[in-house]
Design a protein around this ligand. Structure first.
Ligand code: PMP
Ligand code: GLN
Length: 384
């Protein structure tokens, strides 16, 4: 393989799926719903594929209907004024959106700040761009960053920071104070924010979600990335988007043209329909996960694992150090083979130098049927 991919292993999600299947374990690993997309949204996809005019190439930046829907959605939820023609790019999931942002906005040798633990595609994206990741860890059990560590990560080589809130895997939703500090540092050092908001509709309880593009001085320096996967339980569709000021979107658009050019056409029409769902849809979606987090927490009760209620996402990080002596991957393997429940060890979400910070934790996802969550009882004895 080429040098730029030499350090990339098999993603942890694939690795755990293989193990879970081998042991027939209940899979609370990968964030993949085990239930289907709402049927009215699927019906729109069927309708679009049969309409006779959506089965050839879509416009490269996305269909006009979807770009309009993305702009409406940003106005409706964040009061942002997005130009549907020049301020939105439709991508193959948030995954391609993130890559297009990095390749389109970051030069070789630039530094990109990454908050740890991180979603596993960020660092490979940075490496493929020939740039250098600089890591700022969140500290358990509150998963907050140290303001001095954040400040120290900025240098005259910093081009961008990748931010993810609600945060996979910790379930944090960053507060206005945290985001304000981050925004001030970005303005001071002339840094752009690549804001991964795929869990934007997944805040739990009274956590309130703030999009960093809405802070003073930030719209011009933020590209916001999201997708249909989580909000519409359609992770298989891989339709995402990037939006922002047309000047900054220009670089993203240039990269996107030569990565995928255009993405699946009929599905874009179904996602446009989905984004325009009434408030009752988004409310019911959030309530569904508020019930599911309770179910998972009751199943974990009595396991000896320590965790707190996440503020957002469909993940819980649990500390296993009181019941098991070993690294997260060892604990995961034990849980899969002996207890029959799969989770995700966070080793691949850290740089080598900070891996020890997450050494007591594994991640469970609760985007699963109520029945599966009830079955996920984890009767751990004291093992150490
Ligand atoms: N970012 C985060 C934080 C995620 O959890 C995911 C979902 N795997 C993605 C990006 C990728 O989203 P998509 O499936 O739309 O490519
Ligand atoms: N976002 C999901 C997770 O974090 C799945 C990611 C993937 O399979 N690449 O579990």
């Amino acid at each position: 393989s080429a040098r730029r991919v030499e350090t990339f292993g098999t993603t942890i999600f694939t690795e755990i799926n293989v193990l879970a299947q081998q042991y027939h374990a209940l899979n609370l690993g990968q964030g993949k719903p085990d239930f289907d997309t709402p049927s009215d949204i699927v019906a729109e996809l069927v309708k679009a594929s049969q309409a006779g005019n959506y089965n050839q190439y879509a416009p490269g930046p996305g269909t006009p209907d979807l770009r309009q829907a993305v702009a409406h959605h940003a106005a409706r939820f964040y009061d942002l004024d997005i130009d549907p023609d020049r301020g939105v790019i439709v991508t193959a999931g948030a995954t391609e959106g993130l890559l297009s942002c990095v390749l389109g906005l970051v030069d070789p040798g630039d530094e990109v700040i990454v908050i740890e633990p991180f979603y596993d595609s960020y660092v490979p994206n940075i490496i493929m761009a020939g740039a250098v990741p600089v890591f700022v860890p969140l500290h358990p059990p509150t998963w907050t960053f140290d303001p001095d560590e954040l400040r120290a990560a900025f240098s005259n080589k910093t081009r961008a920071i990748i931010l993810n809130s609600p945060h996979n895997p910790t379930g944090r939703v960053f507060t206005r104070e945290e985001l304000t500090l981050l925004a001030e540092l970005c303005i001071e050092h002339d840094v752009i924010v690549i804001s991964d908001e795929v869990y934007e509709h997944l805040t739990l309880g009274d956590a309130s979600y703030l999009s960093i593009a809405t802070l003073p001085g930030m719209f011009e320096r933020t590209v916001t990335v999201s997708s249909a996967g989580k909000s519409f339980s359609a992770t298989g569709w891989k339709i995402g988007w990037v939006y922002g000021h047309p000047d900054i979107l220009d670089g993203v658009a240039r990269a996107h043209q030569f990565i995928t050019f255009a993405v699946h056409h009929p599905t874009q029409q179904a996602v446009a329909y989905a984004l325009n769902q009434p408030d009752s849809y988004y409310r019911a979606f959030k309530e569904m996960y508020e019930d599911k987090v309770e179910l998972l927490m009751s199943s974990l009760e009595g396991s000896g694992l320590q965790y707190s209620r996440p503020q957002g996402t469909y993940f819980i990080m649990a500390d296993f150090s009181h019941v098991f002596d070993g690294m997260p991957f060892d604990f995961t393997r034990y849980l899969i083979s002996e207890i029959g429940v799969a989770c995700i060890p966070p080793e691949s979400m850290y740089s080598k130098e900070h891996r020890h910070i997450g050494k007591n934790y594994v991640r469970f996802s609760f985007c699963k049927s109520d029945e599966a969550l009830r079955q996920a009882r984890i009767p751990l004895q004291k093992l150490r």
